[in-house]
Design a protein around this ligand. Structure first.
Ligand SMILES: N[C@@H](CCC(=O)N[C@@H](CS)C(=O)NCC(=O)O)C(=O)O
Length: 216
């Protein structure tokens, strides 16, 4: 099993969960700074040129949400997602889809407005950033109102969702966000994730190739 990742990217969530899963695996850094993700080797694996990608033998899985679902369901150390049929299972998908389709995309529009507006149109890019910030404020209000204040996102049990919450929290703390976000319950979950030894190990691995700060 091989995980393709870049430090402090959304791939940090599956990187944490694969480490905690008990799977034996390899990691391959795909350097977004040198556009390795656009090279033919990587594109043959993931035609979108995005990370993360998980390869399992000759089988390939992309998208953070689906990779977390696979790892969470099949982890040799025991499942890190609720069982099929339990209400929490679908709440877990609700969270992962929300992080992927809302929080991630709003933050991307702030970090990289050129993904949404022509790179040479600075006023269009400023407008994308502005809309991204107002979308993000609303999304964080919703996220915060749905967290219950329990130890973990789904309640009393740590799950793959928490690792995803962790990396999105790190992004939400980036200076480029440029606004103050009120999210004490989200911060508590992220701090608790950071206390896990596997998380500290994986962050240390990633920091060897790209320096980044953990704000706790
Ligand atoms: N929908 C994908 C998005 C993946 C994604 O945007 N990955 C970013 C890093 S966090 C990336 O590979 N960016 C490089 C690029 O798109 O060129 C997911 O949730 O996994």
């Amino acid at each position: 099993m091989t995980l393709y990742y870049f430090p402090r990217a959304c791939s940090l969530a599956p990187h944490i969960i694969i480490e905690e899963s008990g799977y034996s695996y390899q990691r391959v850094l795909v350097d977004l700074r040198t556009a390795s993700n656009k090279g033919s080797d990587y594109l043959s694996l993931n035609p979108l040129g995005a990370i993360p990608t998980l390869s399992v033998g000759n089988w390939v899985l992309t998208e953070t949400h689906s990779i977390l679902t696979y790892l969470g369901d099949t982890a040799p150390n025991g499942p890190m997602l609720p069982a099929i049929g339990s209400p929490d299972r679908y709440i877990a998908h609700q969270w992962m889809n929300f992080l992927s389709s809302s929080i991630h995309t709003y933050i991307r529009s702030i970090f990289r407005p050129s993904a949404y507006a022509p790179a040479d149109d600075l006023s269009a890019q400023a407008a994308v950033r502005k809309t991204g910030r107002s979308n993000l404020v609303r999304a964080v209000e919703s996220l915060e109102s749905r967290l219950t204040g329990s130890d973990w996102t789904l309640g009393d049990t740590y799950s793959a969702v928490d690792a995803y919450m962790f990396i999105m929290y790190l992004w939400s703390d980036d200076d480029r966000i440029g606004i103050t976000l009120d999210r004490p319950k989200w911060a508590d979950v992220a701090k608790r994730v950071w206390q896990r030894s596997a998380v500290k190990n994986i962050v240390a691995v990633e920091q060897k190739d790209r320096d980044f700060v953990i704000p706790f």
